[in-house]
Write a protein that binds this ligand. Structure first.
Ligand code: HSE
Length: 382
């Protein structure tokens, strides 16, 4: 199989390395023929090109692996590759979650596939697991620590009392963070992963803007002190729950009890759990970010295509997000805490309340109306 690689950054260089190293019989079947790079200094090998058409118009290239990140030009290149009858493997959750409806239709029309294991959960075979489980069970719910950057930041802040911005810088140096780290710390990266997980788990296409999303940008040392003093640990969690005609879906910090299996997930690791009717609960863990673990997932998908394993069996239909049945107790820190008086159970610190048990849709609406850009919210496990 001849592969055209779009992008030679953290993930793309890992894919090139794994394939060039030719370690297994399967990988020995693969050849990286051309590599699209952006800058002159990256032209280090005769396979490098700065012209995407050298890949997209090359009839010898069977599979395009897109590891560029960002919306454009990645989206245009992927669309062109599919239109040229090439299979696509992508690690780009933002691009795919935004355009999957269009790209799946084009792939279908041209008899090719889009594979995206690396877009969600890094090296963990989460998409592959969903494919298998879904063949037998409806998946009732899933939840996960889907973001290595924020897990790394939260872990080191919690255990070492480190500063938020210093830890974000470390995560960037280690190659965990997105090009725009706002996607990590504001929860958008997890939102894309929740959307793509729901595609696999429930055959639904959710509207990204409807997935309730809160990040950790405004977390303070005192929030983590509250966790430590009260037997909790803070993790950024993405969730999906299948309802009758809709899906509850959200991203938010959670104060988990220390005996929760997710509580001890270290550094850049992810852990994702789902529940099927006959399977019961199953959990998957591994490195959710970083060059080689993520590249491993890209190479696995290339081998899936070579072995003719197309996972997209069922049609994917639009479905609404509905968080009215997702009930919880929320920790809310805001200088406008008085505006939450009617749903406050008690104050646990200056300007910090625990709410009564309310629906996530109500909490989200209240927060929108309060309009405090520094507000921090976390759900507290019961
Ligand atoms: N920025 C992402 C993370 C990369 O930290 O998890 C892997 O998707």
């Amino acid at each position: 199989m001849k592969i055209g690689l779009l992008g030679h950054g953290v993930v793309g260089s890992g894919v090139r390395k794994i394939i060039d190293d030719q370690k297994t019989i399967e990988v020995q079947e693969l050849v990286v023929k051309r590599i699209l790079v952006k800058d002159d200094w990256e032209m280090t090998d005769e396979r490098m090109t700065q012209n995407a058409d050298d890949i997209l118009n090359d009839p010898e290239i069977d599979i395009v692996a897109e590891c560029m990140g960002g919306l454009e030009p990645a989206h245009t290149f992927v669309r062109k590759a599919l239109e040229q009858g090439k299979h696509v493997v992508t690690s780009n959750k933002k691009m795919l979650a935004t355009y999957c409806r269009e790209l799946f239709a084009i792939a279908n029309e041209h008899g090719v596939t889009v594979h995206y294991e690396a877009a969600c959960g890094g090296g963990i075979p989460w998409m592959a697991a969903l494919d298998r489980i879904r063949r037998v069970d409806d998946i009732m719910n899933f939840r996960g620590i889907f973001n290595g950057t924020t897990n790394y930041i939260l872990e080191r802040m919690y255990h070492e009392g480190k500063d938020f911005s210093e830890m974000l810088g470390e995560a960037q140096k280690l190659g965990y963070a997105e090009r725009d780290p706002s996607d990590d710390i504001d929860g958008f990266d997890v939102k894309y992963k929740v959307m793509l997980s729901a595609v696999k788990a429930n055959d639904v296409l959710l509207n990204l803007d409807d997935i309730t999303t809160f990040g950790i940008r405004h977390i303070l040392k005192k929030d983590l002190d509250y966790c430590r003093d009260n037997g909790y640990v803070c993790k950024l969690i993405g969730r999906g729950v299948r309802q009758e005609d809709s899906v509850s879906a959200c991203v938010m910090p959670m104060f988990l009890k220390l005996d929760d299996m997710f509580a001890s997930t270290p550094l850049n690791f992810n852990v994702i759990e789902c529940e099927g009717a006959t399977l019961g609960k199953a959990a998957f863990t591994g490195q959710g970010a970083g060059s080689l673990p993520t590249a491993h997932a890209v190479v696995q998908n290339i081998i899936d295509i070579w072995k003719n394993q197309d996972s997209e069996i069922n049609p994917k239909l639009p479905a609404a997000v509905d968080n009215r049945d997702l009930m919880g107790v929320y920790y809310i820190r805001t200088k406008k805490s008085a505006l939450f008086a009617d749903i406050t159970d008690r104050y646990v610190g200056e300007d910090t309340i625990l709410t009564e048990k309310i629906s996530l849709s109500e909490a989200a609406l209240r927060i929108k109306n309060v309009d405090d850009p520094d507000l921090f919210i976390a759900e507290v496990a019961e």
